[in-house]
Design a binder for this molecule. Structure first.
Ligand code: SP5
Ligand code: ZN
Length: 341
């Protein structure tokens, strides 16, 4: 028996089409078909679908700067009204804090300069429907929290766009709002702390780490490909960032089952003192995924689910990455099967 999964059609409204990588427009990999494929696999496996309900902004504003939320809410309308020669919102200047010696940067007059206040890469484009989908993804995650708060042992948020790369005020890495962090904040409010976030996406959960770094009631652990080997998010995700409430477990490119599961076990041990668990479930660590060099199999994902399920904690699973369209559905189904007890 699989846990219930939460769904919103609005998550399909974000169609980035492309990402700008090294200055070149390349095809987007974070596409609506990902969520459709996962939903299909879960329905085929007999999982119960629960419609997302709308939530006010309180959990969202517990983790994000209101200025980021307001920018994302209005960015596409402002951009399209400016009739720029680009069909997506993309930054061309970046308001780095050292540019202004730490002073708050001026609010730019030009619409085309505004993304530089909040974006940290050029790959995370905003178009029509991006806001609606990103906000719906938060509602999906919070509805999964509601199910678990009401006594469901495990619930899965089938959401996109993903969220774990977003900090309090900066978006990037194909992410706009941090669904995982909002779920952790809501779970902390409903069940009490500490809450643990175990992030098994192939990439470091940098946004979630930075959001909760000094928050003793949210333990964050991340198992990911070593950014020091040349992988996103490049600037962080190293073991040197570990402290009482944060554990990074970077792995060499090519790491398969054994090494990955050993790290998942370490993350689970770190999470064990918590009262509730959020799993940031990226299935991009699988062999064959176009965005990562890790080599985990479907049975490895099932075993990871089993390891995390053995903690016996109320558990919200939030979808993050995973870009092999033929594989993402079965990988999520395997993980949830392992988690079910
Ligand atoms: C949520 C998530 O898994 N985000 C990962 C974003 C990592 N993207 C890094 C992309 C680096 C360049 N990709 C080249 C392929 C161009 N389509
Ligand atoms: Zn990822």
């Amino acid at each position: 028996m699989l846990p219930p999964f939460v769904w919103s059609d609005d998550c399909l409204r974000h169609e980035p089409d492309a990402e700008i990588w090294v200055g070149v427009r390349t095809p987007a990999t974070e596409v609506p078909a990902r969520a459709v494929a996962i939903r299909e696999a879960l329905v085929a496996a007999g999982a119960r679908e629960v419609a997302a309900t709308t939530h006010d902004d309180s959990a969202l504003l517990a983790v994000h700067d209101p200025a980021l939320v307001e920018f994302l809410r209005t960015a596409w309308d402002d951009w399209s009204a400016a009739a720029l020669p680009s069909d997506r919102v993309v930054p061309y200047v970046f308001a780095r804090s050292e540019l202004t010696s730490g002073r708050a940067p001026a609010a730019p007059t030009a619409v085309w300069a505004r993304p530089g206040l909040f974006a940290y890469d050029t790959m995370t484009l905003i178009g029509p429907g991006t806001w609606e989908a990103a906000r719906a993804a938060v509602d999906v995650a919070l509805t999964a929290v509601d199910l678990v708060s009401a006594g469901e042992p495990v619930a899965y948020a089938c959401c996109r766009p993903p969220g774990h790369h977003v900090t309090r005020s900066l978006y990037g890495g194909s992410c706009y709002l941090n669904n995982t962090a909002a779920a952790a904040a809501a779970l902390l409010a409903s069940l009490g702390g500490p809450v643990a976030v175990v992030d098994i996406d192939a990439h470091h959960g940098n946004g979630t780490q930075e959001l909760f770094l000094h928050h003793r009631d949210v333990l964050t652990a991340s198992v990911h490909v070593d950014p020091g080997a040349g992988w996103f998010p490049h600037f962080l995700g190293f073991a040197a960032e570990n402290e009482a409430a944060n554990l990074n477990l970077p792995l060499a490119p090519g790491t398969a089952e054994d090494g990955w599961l050993a790290a998942v076990r370490e993350a689970a041990t770190f999470a064990a003192p918590a009262r509730a668990l959020v799993v940031a479930l990226g299935v991009d660590a699988a062999a064959g995924d176009p965005e990562s060099p890790l080599e985990v199999t479907a049975s490895g994902y099932r075993e990871a689910g089993r390891i995390l399920g053995e903690l016996g904690l109320p558990t919200v699973v939030v979808q993050e990455g995973g870009y092999d369209l033929d594989a993402v559905g079965p990988l999520v189904a395997e993980t949830l099967t392992g988690l079910t007890r």
